[in-house]
Design a protein around this ligand. Structure first.
Ligand code: BTN
Length: 252
């Protein structure tokens, strides 16, 4: 019987920038230029064109937030949504430990308190080659922000750890979130059931009646479970259904 090869421990290598366009752009540039290693983390003081999902901008006031992007070069491609789930859970672990105990996950990549967004993660890949998978996981956490621009507030409600009463520094948040990310990434390979059940608990929707939007329309039902292989399981009016995670656009 072949023995499973032990995974090497993930060692982060920090690459520190001042104000840059986007840490995720810096991470992709390093992949193109060569020299990028699994576990490289590009961290910036601020970003001029920080971005979120669906082409939205990520407000990146210098010195006020964690703006970090990790290069990940796993041996095999990640299951759909696994990286986003690991990143979002690492952030959730972090902000809860730093005092935002009411924080929860919002599908697919937000960490919110009430309806206010505290953090977002963005898992991306470019020119994907399944034989040499390469990903960039961007993490933005609002730490010391006291004010947000009116244009952003017109779009959505936002908050920061400072506004929630935490005195954590950006450095505290970075250290804790990278430590949690290492743990959550290990679970992707070694303990997917733990990742799935923690993510489901983090959504705080298990057993609730939910609406799931996919490219094909909307499904309603009681949320029974979530797994990387089987997707979301719902008890719908016409019986139990499973929706692949990569189809799920919104879950509320
Ligand atoms: C989202 O909310 O849709 C995801 C936001 C991700 C923001 C982070 S900040 C660090 C990294 N660099 C970027 O340009 N975006 C991510």
């Amino acid at each position: 019987m072949a023995l499973a090869r032990p995974l090497p421990a993930l060692v982060f290598r920090r690459i520190v920038h001042g104000v840059v366009d986007s840490t995720s752009e810096r991470a992709f540039a390093s992949l193109v230029n060569g020299g990028a290693r699994h576990g490289d983390v590009h961290v910036a003081l601020g970003q001029t064109t920080g971005r979120g999902r669906l082409g939205r901008a990520w407000w990146s006031e210098p010195g006020a937030g964690l703006y970090a992007s990790a290069v990940l070069l796993p041996r095999a491609p990640y299951a759909a949504a696994a990286l986003t789930m690991a990143g979002a859970l690492a952030v959730l672990d972090t902000v809860r430990a730093l005092g935002a105990t009411c924080a929860r996950l919002k599908w697919p990549n937000d960490v919110v308190v009430g309806d206010e967004k505290l953090s977002g993660v963005l898992a991306e890949t470019r020119g994907f080659d399944a034989s040499r998978p390469a990903y960039v996981l961007g993490i933005g956490i609002n730490v010391g922000h006291v004010h947000f621009p009116a244009e952003l507030l017109a779009e959505r409600a936002v908050t920061s750890l400072r506004l929630l009463g935490s005195s954590a520094s950006v450095q505290d948040v970075e250290e804790l979130s990278l430590a949690q990310l290492a743990i959550r990434l290990e679970q992707v390979d070694e303990d997917p059931p733990r990742l799935e059940s923690d993510f489901l608990a983090g959504l705080a929707l298990a057993g609730a009646t939910v609406r799931v939007t996919t490219g094909a329309g909307e499904d309603r039902g009681r949320l029974l479970g979530l797994s990387l292989g089987r997707g979301l399981r719902l008890s719908a009016a016409h019986g139990e259904i499973s929706i692949p995670l990569e189809w799920v656009q919104s879950l509320r």
